[in-house]
Design a protein around this ligand. Structure first.
Ligand code: PMP
Length: 284
């Protein structure tokens, strides 16, 4: 039985319950992280925790643990579950309040750490590449709700995911309010053009993925030129290669977008190289 961390205690899954008055449930008022465990090591734990605390700061939520205490809580929960390879969902909600949305009426942010398994795409998709669409739903406008905040309110992404589902594809590109490519519903996007690796800049309204940053580092180590730039659908259509990155997805090739073949319509050489380097880096 899996053990779930709830505010300093490890409880059985069946007993891991939160109040219906929690503002995380009522309003999506909270933040979270998704983190991988590879070979018993929590991958990029510090980076994930830093992003969590930055999300918290941005929504004016004080997490009642220090960064070091939070890292220890994550590691202890992984150990308690004896998990060698898996996925961690770390959630901090605003806590219990009344039915009004005023955060001042809430008490005790809830800290929850779930350790489980994850596999989102079949192995075959990694070999053959995936097909995606461009969603009509645009990404949240940064001045309304900045995508850099990994908030518990994922409705924006879910609306785009519904479009992908209806189109029968696993992911969808979300454009920003200027019509530029931002990211996918739960992954960052990369293009390869004439040997240069390109990805939307943080100002394009994206979540700055930990996998994205890792892949950019790995590319630079291979002496590949990496550019964080404005990308449009035109760039996607004329790209030599396209791939997505994310904690759950890792590195996955995209071979078709909106029914159009990208490059040769098969996973490209740079995508394959970076996927291989990424897998080596995490030890799989
Ligand atoms: N964009 C969005 C909207 C996400 O939810 C995620 C996380 N799944 C990513 C990008 C990728 O970020 P990371 O590599 O940190 O998982």
């Amino acid at each position: 039985m899996s053990k779930i961390y709830m505010n300093g205690k490890l409880v059985e899954k069946a007993d891991a319950v939160i109040s219906v008055y929690d503002h995380g449930f009522l309003y999506g008022d909270g933040i979270f992280e998704g983190i991988r465990i590879y070979n018993s090591v929590v991958f990029k734990l510090h980076e994930h925790i830093v992003r969590l605390y930055e999300s918290a700061k941005s929504i004016d939520l004080t997490i009642p643990l220090s960064i070091d205490e939070m890292c220890k809580a994550v590691k202890d929960t992984v150990q308690a579950n004896a998990k060698k390879d898996g996925y961690i969902r770390l959630i901090v909600s605003r806590g219990v309040g009344n039915l009004g949305l005023d955060p001042r009426k809430t008490t005790n942010p809830q800290i929850i750490i779930i350790v489980d398994d994850i596999s989102i795409y079949p192995e075959e998709m990694y070999e053959k590449g995936m097909e995606i669409i461009t969603a009509a739903t645009i990404r949240n406008i940064p001045n309304a709700l900045n995508p850099r905040i990994k908030s518990l309110n994922y409705l924006n992404n879910i609306l785009a995911k519904l479009e992908a589902n209806r189109a029968g594809v696993p992911e969808a590109i979300m454009l920003n309010h200027l019509g530029e490519v931002a990211e996918c519903t739960a992954d960052n996007i990369f293009l390869v053009k004439n040997g240069v690796l390109k990805t939307p800049a943080p100002q394009c309204g994206i979540l700055e993925g930990i996998t994205r940053n890792t892949v950019m580092d790995l590319a630079r180590a291979e002496k590949i030129t990496v550019e964080e730039v404005v990308i449009t659908r035109h760039d996607v259509f004329i790209a030599d290669e396209c791939f997505l990155t994310g904690t759950a997805a890792e590195v996955i090739s995209v071979v078709k977008c909106d029914g159009r073949k990208i490059g040769d319509g098969v996973p490209g050489a740079m995508t394959k190289l970076l996927r291989e380097r990424f897998r080596k880096f995490v030890g799989i």
